[in-house]
Design a protein around this ligand. Structure first.
Ligand SMILES: Nc1ncnc2c1ncn2[C@@H]1O[C@H](COP(=O)(O)OP(=O)(O)OP(=O)(O)O)[C@@H](O)[C@H]1O
Length: 258
């Protein structure tokens, strides 16, 4: 099993933020985590990456139970792309330097870089159609280009799990579709990491996401195969408004009937 969360609760300042969340992710599955603002998605990711400790429950990732594992080293097995990461780059690094820094799970290039690393970083940029960014500074990239470079960066350490926390926020239609195509491409590789994709938007759930978890007010509202979870009745209850679900080429979008 890749992820095994058992009965996780998290309480802060007397407020129950997560309540009895149990979630299992098996190898070969890719998950979408969908929730409204404040539903606890970021908190759940922070528990998954060991940055916060649950008030109750147990966290086992890649067979390692948290509390018995050295997290700074272990985290190299988990790639993370989040908007907070995007803000931490100041921008004078080139695309390949940003990608290479992913090997060390650091922001800058503070550790020794080997010739192989540079080669791999360039290969990742080529693989995802970003070769034209090579040699250019990060701050000159569009948001979509920045996001693609950060995803390539997260792959540099060949992680077992890749967490993508709202990677399409702020992207225009074309950039969003390019990022989603890149993610689908990653998922199609034989040695692909397990993907965990966080979003508010149903239309971002591309077919590679085999499973979906709906999180509402800190509890699991619905979980299972994406096909089963994304139906009008459950989504209407989830969003609290009647919704219609439309589908084309294995991709769904919803319309709220207000
Ligand atoms: N350290 C903290 N202390 C107190 N409350 C917190 C803390 N961290 C998060 N919360 C609260 O927990 C709830 C869930 O927050 P969280 O950031 O996990 O939601 P989210 O689903 O990621 O939301 P968004 O989609 O807006 O990013 C919110 O009501 C938030 O205010």
């Amino acid at each position: 099993m890749v992820i095994d969360l058992q009965n996780i609760s998290w309480v802060r300042q007397g407020k129950q933020i997560l309540t009895d969340v149990s979630w299992q992710v098996n190898r070969g599955e890719n998950w979408c985590l969908v929730g409204l603002n404040g539903s606890g998605k970021t908190t759940l990711l922070n528990i998954l990456t060991g940055y916060i400790w649950p008030s109750t429950g147990s966290v086992t990732v890649l067979g390692q139970r948290y509390g018995t594992v050295k997290l700074p080293e272990f985290r190299k097995r988990i790639g993370l792309v989040s908007s907070s990461l995007q803000q931490r780059f100041y921008g004078h690094e080139t695309a390949e330097e940003v990608v290479m820094s992913g090997k060390f799970a650091t922001i800058g290039l503070y550790d020794g870089v080997e010739a192989d690393d540079e080669q791999r970083a360039r290969e990742l940029l080529v693989l995802f159609g970003c070769e034209k960014l090579t040699g250019r500074q990060y701050h000159t990239f569009s948001q979509g280009e920045q996001q693609k470079v950060l995803i390539a960066r997260a792959l540099m350490a060949s992680p077992d799990i890749l967490i993508l926390d709202e990677p399409c926020t702020g992207l225009d239609l074309l950039a969003r579709e390019q990022v989603l195509a890149m993610i689908s491409d990653i998922a199609s590789k034989p040695d692909a990491p397990t993907l965990i994709y966080v979003t508010h938007h149903i239309e971002e759930i591309v077919p590679c996401f085999t499973h979906t978890l709906l999180l509402k007010e800190g509890t699991i509202f619905e979980t299972g195969a994406t096909e089963q979870v994304l139906h009008a009745e459950a989504l209407s209850r989830f969003f609290g408004v009647p919704v219609e679900v439309h589908e084309r080429e294995n991709r769904k979008w919803i319309v709220a009937n207000l």
